[in-house]
Write a protein of this length. Structure first.
Length: 320
């Protein structure tokens, strides 16, 4: 009788190319912030727009110029692997040497000399790895101390919380309406599509919102034409944008608009005025990225998530 041990193996999936965010943190440096405003103003001064330009054309021109300026002045935030922070060429070379001795030990049928060489190489590898990890931790502590002294509390507490979090494996499955587990990519996308379609277009909720409104208190005297927002109102709404928030499909953070200078503010004001008069939004403003955030419970159940929409707009949704 033979004993067979089996286990479920996750198939390796090719990850798509992730669009890197702009390094807006450099705008805290006075020199970089000055160059960004100067370059953006030069880009926007020779505008191709006129009074007949649509909101779509104005938004496309403004977002394109901001993206070009940010690419030139700020650059992108590079995603680094956690292991790569301390695992350098020295660690890689000594690990390769240990692996060679491991193969040699098996090829020579565990002779005394091959076994001793492998043990010494493994001991040396662990010693180097411990030293590299220790240096990495000391460097992180010095970085935290530097952030605290510079009063960069967002980065400081962000690093603290990141160090406290345990490893969480990526979830590549979900449950359907009957509770069965779905593993294929198309099935998962269709399940989330059905979930949010039912959540966002619930007829019972929409009917309740319509019937709960008291139309008896509404009269023609209450109808008045609102004036388009002034430049100062647009500036105040722009300043209310929170820093450090994830961008929408345009991949432009709020800081790029807030720190754009007077010429950028002027183009945003003209864009808002054009939208107000023509009552049409740019196509990008009608698209949002919905990020599912787990509340509590089973992570495979879609009902345990709430959707967080990310909209590409320089003005907060509640200020439009």
């Amino acid at each position: 009788m033979s004993r067979i041990r089996g286990r479920i193996s996750n198939a390796r999936k090719d990850k798509g190319t992730r669009v890197l965010k702009f390094d807006y943190g450099k705008l805290k440096e006075p020199g970089v912030a000055y160059d960004y405003v100067k370059n953006l103003n030069e880009q926007l001064k020779d505008s191709e727009l006129n009074e007949q330009s649509t909101a779509e054309e104005r938004w496309g021109y403004l977002s394109r110029k901001i993206e070009e300026t940010a690419e030139q002045t700020l650059g992108r935030i590079k995603n680094t692997n956690k292991v790569d922070d301390w695992y350098d060429d020295e660690c890689r070379l000594i690990t390769e040497e240990k692996n060679k001795l491991y193969l040699r030990m098996h090829n020579e049928k565990f002779t005394r000399s091959a076994l001793e060489d492998y043990r010494q190489a493994r001991k040396k590898e662990k010693k180097v790895h411990r030293r590299k990890k220790r240096e990495h931790i000391n460097g992180k502590l010095e970085e935290l101390e530097h952030q605290r002294n510079k009063n960069e509390m967002r980065l400081f507490y962000g690093e603290i919380n990141k160090s406290r979090k345990d490893f969480k494996p990526r979830i590549s499955m979900c449950r359907n309406e009957d509770g069965d587990i779905i593993g294929d990519e198309d099935g998962i996308l269709n399940r989330w599509q059905r979930f949010y379609k039912n959540l966002l277009t619930n007829e019972e909720i929409l009917e309740h919102d319509l019937t709960s409104y008291n139309y008896d208190n509404f009269s023609n005297n209450d109808v008045r034409e609102e004036q388009p927002p002034s430049l100062e109102e647009v500036k105040m709404a722009l300043e209310k944008q929170k820093n450090g928030k994830a961008p929408g499909v345009d991949n432009l953070q709020a800081e790029l608009f807030k720190r754009g200078g007077q010429e950028c503010l002027k183009h945003i004001f003209e864009l808002i005025t054009c939208i107000w008069k023509n009552e049409t939004l740019p196509d990008d403003w009608n698209n949002s990225i919905i990020c599912p955030l787990l509340k509590k419970g089973d992570p495979l159940d879609c009902d345990n998530y709430r959707g967080r929409p990310l909209s590409p707009s320089p003005i907060p949704r509640d200020q439009r």
